[in-house]
Ligand binder design. Structure first.
Ligand code: 3AM
Length: 419
């Protein structure tokens, strides 16, 4: 009996001390974590189990003002971690009540959150450039939104009508808190405002609404060339018509010392009447007397010119190479090397490769020669947009109105798949 009592007592002591020490350890680690919350993390190391959020909007403003980048870190309760975008989007607008509903942060943290929110409300995270570029006014009163055309990491594009005139427009909405997207959109606004042409998607207006940048532009009711290429087959006269229109747009941009830097079928938009226009000027670069060439590697891999891959200085002719790739897309339905990885494409083009048609004999000599002039590796020997507009393949183009049946057929195919 004595032995049984001693064993039970020993078991109880061991179990209790285990329970006691576990709780003590948890208590100490919680106290350490809470004290660590108020320290700014060094380098990439962050306190464990503490979720820290950079308030991008605020740091963006500091950057815009040319100050040293200042990082603010917002601790969130580990179990109630919210999606970063949702927190950022809601942050300046949350009331204390909504805050506790959404975040349910423990008292010292919600206090910290409130302080940051108040700061964000006092100093809205709006770069100065955006304020300078956009118009005053309430776009929600001026436009009535009808449908969303596209959604992605960049933001949203929707179709709307101008309330006063009934004119259709497309509105691109980008969150200013999404730093890279808003920089591209601001660049796009700057380029579009200064360059209006019949073969460019034209700028209508731009606004700042809360933390969103709105770019209002011409609405292209025929979708993109990419859709047409995917759904139908273009005859040579139609390829030539698209080429003439795009080259007119490029010739205009290049005469204004602007490089588009992202020419591809997705960025060539159409109207049902057959109009063809270049769109998406987010990556465009304005050359100047001081900076007549660029070196940064931007664009979309399959369409990028060799001089970009090889990190040489480059000029407007990179757009001509990209248009040559669009030419191959129009013939074959996809850019060359489509099945290869972007790394392989980069290696192929950098090491002297020249994209070719898979079945060149099925195309006319003029079309082959036109592509050859666009896809000349040597930038100096590559034709300019102005020269290509005189090429017999281009001068033999059909009128753009002949593109209408193709665009309508594309829309019907796409709609039939949706329903
Ligand atoms: O998502 P998809 O490819 O169908 O073509 C653009 C893309 O459509 C379209 O918006 C989507 C996201 O970029 N888009 C862009 N600008 C446009 C405009 N001005 C446009 N559609 C009509 N008019």
């Amino acid at each position: 009996m004595e032995g049984v009592c001693a064993a039970a007592f020993t078991a109880f002591t061991v179990a209790y001390s285990g329970y006691f020490f576990t709780h003590l350890a948890r208590h100490i680690s919680r106290a350490w974590r809470e004290s660590a919350l108020w320290k700014r993390p060094k380098g990439r190391k962050m306190p464990s189990k503490v979720y820290l959020l950079q308030l991008q909007g605020l740091s963006m403003q500091h950057q815009a003002e040319g100050q040293r980048q200042h990082l603010l870190w917002l601790p969130l309760h580990p179990r109630k971690r919210l999606k970063r975008r949702k927190v950022l989007m809601n942050l300046p607008l949350l009331s204390a009540q909504a805050q506790s509903k959404h975040h349910q942060a423990p008292p010292p943290l919600s206090w910290h959150l409130q302080e940051l929110q108040q700061k964000a409300l006092k100093e809205p995270p709006v770069p100065k450039l955006a304020k300078m570029l956009v118009s005053e006014g309430d776009p929600e009163a001026e436009y009535t939104e009808l449908e969303t055309i596209g959604k992605g990491g960049f933001g949203t594009v929707c179709m709307a009508v101008e309330t006063a005139t009934g004119e259709e427009v497309a509105i691109k909405k980008i969150s200013l808190l999404q730093e890279s997207g808003s920089e591209l959109c601001l660049n796009e606004i700057q380029v579009m405002r200064g360059n209006k042409h019949a073969n460019l998607v034209n700028y209508v207006d731009s606004y700042l609404l809360d933390e969103e940048l709105w770019l209002v532009m011409e609405y292209m009711d025929g979708g993109s060339l990419h859709d047409v290429i995917r759904e139908t087959r273009l005859a040579e006269g139609e390829i030539a018509a698209v080429s003439r229109e795009c080259l007119q747009g490029l010739d205009f941009l290049h005469s204004k010392q602007v490089i588009h830097r992202d020419v591809k079928s997705h960025n060539i938009l159409l109207r049902l009447d057959g109009s063809v226009k270049l769109a998406d000027f987010g990556l465009a670069a304005q050359l100047t007397a001081e900076q007549s060439k660029r070196r940064s590697a931007v664009g979309t891999t399959y369409w990028m010119a060799p001089e970009i891959f090889t990190r040489k200085l480059y000029g407007p002719k990179v757009d001509i190479w990209s248009f040559g790739i669009v030419g191959i897309e129009m013939v074959e339905g996809a850019p060359p090397y489509r099945m290869k990885t972007s790394r392989t494409v980069q290696e192929l083009i950098s090491s002297g490769g020249r994209p070719k048609l898979q079945k060149p004999r099925q195309q006319s000599a003029w079309l082959r020669d036109f592509l050859h002039c666009c896809l000349e590796r040597d930038e100096d020997r590559r034709w300019s947009a102005q020269e290509l507009l005189q090429h017999p393949f281009v001068t033999s183009a059909k009128p753009t109105s002949e593109l209408t049946p193709l665009i309508m057929a594309t829309q019907q195919f796409m709609a039939s798949r949706r329903y």
